[in-house]
Design a protein around this ligand. Structure first.
Ligand code: NAD
Ligand code: TDX
Length: 336
């Protein structure tokens, strides 16, 4: 029986990962999460207690991280690092927590991991590569140049570079994955899809930034997490793997589909001010991951995935309602 120390396990992707690991594997899980505005222990409710531990704390707290990592076994256990400040709009309004958590937090974890020789997996994003032109057939690959646009993506890029340097200089047994935009249950209502779904459920109109032409490459969170497990099991140490499922859609197309699925006219949305520095398009070429690990996505029908996600938000207002007013108050300050 091995243990996974999962940082950020009370957030969107981390909590879905914990749920999946407990359901599909024999691993025990220890979550380390600060429970910032984005973390919610309700996201872990109902999971089997005996195999799940929870510690509230900061990944940048070297003393705490050292103690938790001392409890791991280098022969069997691993750290899976999801914890981050994750929202671009917040990083534009106040970058400092992004440096503390994404850069210093990652540094703190890899220092502890190398001291005990613990296997480490770093969760990152396609945003480290900047953006692509709308009419360019190119996609990001593992050899694309790093050119992040926002405070968020620059701190994620910094954390990737730290992990890669610790592999080369100190022999850290690490892998990195860079995933495209995730959707699914337990995603914070500040993010694009949950914001629009919960707006419509509350009788408000979706808000599209700028022209709505920007393209994101959507992947269901369960497909992201099955890829992370595949990399933990079969990935080569020192390698980066991009995770994506050919889900390119313009923001406008996504909002129109959501409105249709929610039984509203397809044009019942507002265009609002654009995000400064707004990346145009992301697109992932996941050939390396598929070839080396045999991973395949299961949620290939985006419309069906959106429908299930809408149903989840409809059924779980008690989970999202406490976060909704605060998120909209932050958007009101930004005029978006
Ligand atoms: P999220 O904001 O929903 O969750 C982040 C979690 O980390 C929260 O539970 C929060 O409490 C915790 N956290 C924040 N600061 C912490 C700290 N200092 N110490 C301990 N815990 C802390 O984020 P998410 O969308 O689930 O993203 C998870 C990871 O996946 C991030 O590393 C992000 O960069 C990456 N990622 C996200 C996406 C996406 O579409 N959401 C895509 C690619 C990669
Ligand atoms: O109300 C909105 N209206 C809108 O048009 C919001 C919140 C967003 N948008 C646009 C901006 C983006 O083009 O929708 C797109 C998606 O926005 P976000 O959900 O904020 O995601 P993005 O900025 O693309 O970043 C996400 O994917 C990569 C995650 O938040 C990151 O953590 C991840 O690294």
């Amino acid at each position: 029986m091995s243990t996974l120390l999962v940082t950020g396990g009370a957030g969107f992707i981390g909590s879905n990962f914990v749920r999946r690991v407990l359901a599909d594997t024999e691993h025990e899980v220890l979550v380390l999460d600060k429970l910032t505005y984005a973390g919610d222990q309700m996201s872990l409710a109902g999971l089997p207690g005996p195999r799940l531990g929870f510690v509230r704390g900061d990944v940048a707290d070297a003393e705490l991280v050292g103690r938790l990592v001392d409890g791991l076994d280098p022969a069997t256990d691993a750290i899976v690092h999801f914890a981050a400040e994750s929202h671009n709009d917040n990083s534009l309004a106040g970058p400092r927590p992004f440096l503390d958590t994404n850069v210093i937090g990652t540094y703190t974890l890899i220092e502890a991991a190398r001291r005990r020789d613990i296997r480490f997996h770093h969760i990152s994003t396609d945003e480290v590569y900047g953006d692509l032109e709308l009419d360019d057939p190119a996609k990001f690959t593992e050899s694309s140049a790093y050119r992040p646009s926002s405070p968020y993506s620059s701190t994620k890029a910094a954390s990737d570079l730290l992990v890669a340097a610790w592999v080369r200089s100190f022999g850290l047994r690490a892998t990195i994955s860079g995933c495209s935009n995730n959707y699914g249950p337990y995603q914070h209502v500040e993010k694009f899809i949950p914001r629009q779904v919960t707006n419509v459920l509350r009788g408000q109109r979706p808000k599209l930034y700028g022209t709505g032409r920007n393209v994101r490459d959507w992947i269901h969170v369960d497909d992201h997490n099955s890829a992370v497990l595949a990399i933990l099991e079969r990935g080569r140490i020192g390698e980066t793997y991009l995770i994506g499922a050919n889900g390119e859609r313009s923001n406008r197309e996504v909002v129109e589909t959501l409105l249709e699925l929610l039984g509203r006219p397809r044009d019942e949305y507002d265009l609002v001010g654009d995000r400064p520095g707004h990346d145009l398009r992301y697109a992932i070429d996941a050939s390396k991951l598929r070839a080396e690990t045999g991973w395949e996505p299961r949620f290939t029908d985006f419309r069906d995935g959106l429908e299930r996600t809408i149903e989840w938000y409809r059924a779980n207002e008690a989970w999202w309602a406490p976060h909704k007013d605060a998120a909209e108050a932050r958007y009101a300050e930004l005029g978006r």
